[in-house]
Design a protein around this ligand. Structure first.
Ligand SMILES: *[C@@H]1O[C@H](CO)[C@@H](O)[C@H](O)[C@H]1NC(C)=O
Length: 126
């Protein structure tokens, strides 16, 4: 009985430590997501492996391609998908708008709409 109590509190301590350690640390941005918008340019580094599930992020937030090739979690109406940051969105200056590849956009909403809002996005470890 005493042993199981000690074991239980040890497990609880491990569980709460795990919870603290896994708190998301990167900020969450919100903007419109467009489907393969015009005005994107590839990151200064080529991201490998190549993937169809890509996102272009606002150029002014990453003027030197910071964070290029990292994974970004994009969420719309409770649906999340992880995409790779491969392009800079020149047309999104001074917004948190993003441009998704058609393949990625289609996982969140039908292509016909062309743009969706609000879309939450944040860097996640790949
Ligand atoms: C963000 O995207 C929306 C939808 O396309 C657009 O109306 C808005 O002007 C964009 N904002 C900026 C700053 O580009």
């Amino acid at each position: 009985m005493i042993f199981s109590k000690i074991l239980w509190s040890a497990l609880a301590a491990v569980a709460s430590f795990t919870t603290v350690a896994s708190l998301p640390s990167s900020p969450v941005y919100v903007g419109h997501a467009l489907a393969a918008a015009l005005g994107t340019t590839p990151c200064p580094v080529a991201c490998t492996p190549l993937t169809d599930y890509r996102v272009a992020l606002p150029y002014n937030m990453f003027p030197n391609g910071e964070h290029c090739c990292e994974m970004v979690q994009v969420t719309y109406h409770g649906i999340s998908t992880d995409v790779r940051f491969t392009d800079l969105f020149m047309g999104a200056v001074n917004s948190q708008n993003i441009s998704l590849s058609y393949e990625a956009f289609e996982l969140l909403a039908p292509l016909e709409g062309g743009a969706i809002f609000p879309v939450y996005w944040q860097f996640v470890s790949s």
